[in-house]
Ligand binder design. Sequence first.
Ligand code: UDP
Ligand code: MG
Length: 312
Amino acid sequence: MDISIVIPLINEAESLPELEAWIRQVMDSHQYSYEIIFVDDGSTDDSWKVIEKLRKQSARVKAIRFQRNYGKSAALNEGFKQASGDVVITMDADLQDSPDEIPELRRMILEDGYDIVSGWKKKRYDNKLSKNLPSKLFNAATRRASGIKLHDFNCGLKSYRRQVIKSIEVYGEMHRYIPVLAKWSGFRKFGEKVVEHRPRKYGITKFGWTRFINGFLDLASIMFVGKFRKNPMHFFGLWGTLFFLFGFIVSFYLALSKFFFDKTGMTQRPLFFFAIFAMIIGTQLFLAGFLGELISRNSAERNNYLIQERIE
Ligand code: UDP
Ligand code: MG
């Protein structure tokens, strides 16, 4: 199998036949062997019926149907499990991504040696400031935090070496950060290709403005988890100790100055409250670190190494 195309979708019935026909035309003209994996993320329209019909016409169409809406990340994750192509392409179902980009995306993986090639919608059609500005900020923040130099992390059109998608788990709303997940797993070669962004032909967008808030919260947690998931104590223990020590030394100083220099009562001094506060926070952080350690020690993933090769 040359190419697996994974397409997460919810309520995109009108787009699907056109999308499938277009992909088929591109694939046939290059004579690739391919599969299309539609993941129906809980559609309430006719999407599934349309998929069944497409399947009847072509055995290259495969599909997974969720019982309810689990989100784009879950849909991608499930599609990845099933994908068996050397190169795996993801694209949105709404015809905003062009299948004409597929051959080049594939070539960049196989010939240029990239692990991931991300589409970059340089010129956007939904040209609204309310979408573009947050998106610029979001990409800049992700670039800085992750050290991965991509312009458009959230682009649905990407290609992957098969090994990459078999090594990562996309959960929550982490579909925006798949390159970051891949970096955790040890993949380093990230490429980018300017892709055509087309206006949405049918239906409406499935993400509202909350995407930006969620996006930033997810970025904070992904960077934190990425750094400290294996040893939470390295974060919480350090800050807990610093806070506690600060509080302790200050209280000690306050006590000394009361007993030896007979200053006014230590509880009257603002510093006293800082000291108490610092000691409480310090203890809390330390305990959070302990709990984190216990949880991560029990995690089924604690020894999930990714082995690239082995000689026996
Ligand atoms: N999608 C999905 N599950 C969701 C939300 C979206 O599978 O919960 C799919 C959607 O059908 C589309 C793709 O993800 O194929 C991108 O969504 P959309 O086009 O609405 O996002 P936008 O282009 O506005 O960023
Ligand atoms: Mg779209």
